[in-house]
Design a protein around this ligand. Structure first.
Ligand code: FMN
Length: 147
């Protein structure tokens, strides 16, 4: 593992939701660099395999701000100092599973390093979304990864 400035001595968690694997790949790479724990956010009820049904389900959940129940084994995220949180971009926003996780844990005071994977380049609204849902956290800035 490489030594990365700012990581030494911090308890690090990398959390992510991924449906088709891209965000998992990035999360695994981050975890390989920073160490700590790696946790996948999973929903109790899986999303549909059919793309149109998935798009419709997501649109309905985002419209109603639905927070899907999760099967995620993070008992106490407050034990970590630095939390990387990854989500695919869905309809230009965070996925409902990531919103569900964030709204059910108090991460005030933590350093949050969010990352998103997407097809087209419009992640700006997501940064605002993260700040809204986690107002008491220290948010790292955004950098564009290799495309
Ligand atoms: C329901 C749905 C909505 C999406 N909306 C967007 C979007 O608004 N903008 C975008 O660039 N990509 C969008 N995508 C593409 C995903 O963000 C992209 O493929 C992502 O890397 C998938 O991550 P995953 O493989 O970890 O699930 C969407 C994908 C799905 C399934």
């Amino acid at each position: 593992m490489r030594t990365i400035p700012g990581i030494a001595g911090r308890r690090v968690l990398t959390l992510y939701y991924s449906r088709s694997g891209h965000t998992r790949t990035v999360a695994t790479q981050i975890h390989g660099l920073v160490g700590g724990d790696l946790v996948e956010i999973r929903t109790v009820e899986p999303y549909p395999d059919d793309y149109d049904a998935l798009v419709a389900r997501n649109a309905a959940q985002q419209r109603s701000d639905y927070k899907p129940p999760l099967l995620t084994p993070v008992d106490n995220p407050a034990e970590y100092d630095l939390i990387f949180i990854g989500s695919p971009l869905w309809n230009v926003r965070l996925t409902p599973p990531v919103r569900s996780f964030l709204s059910s844990h108090d991460l005030s005071g933590k350093i949050i390093a969010p990352f998103v994977t997407y097809i087209v380049e419009r992640p700006g609204a997501v940064a605002a979304g993260y700040r809204r849902i986690m107002p008491g956290c220290h948010h790292s800035g955004w950098r564009r990864g290799p495309g």
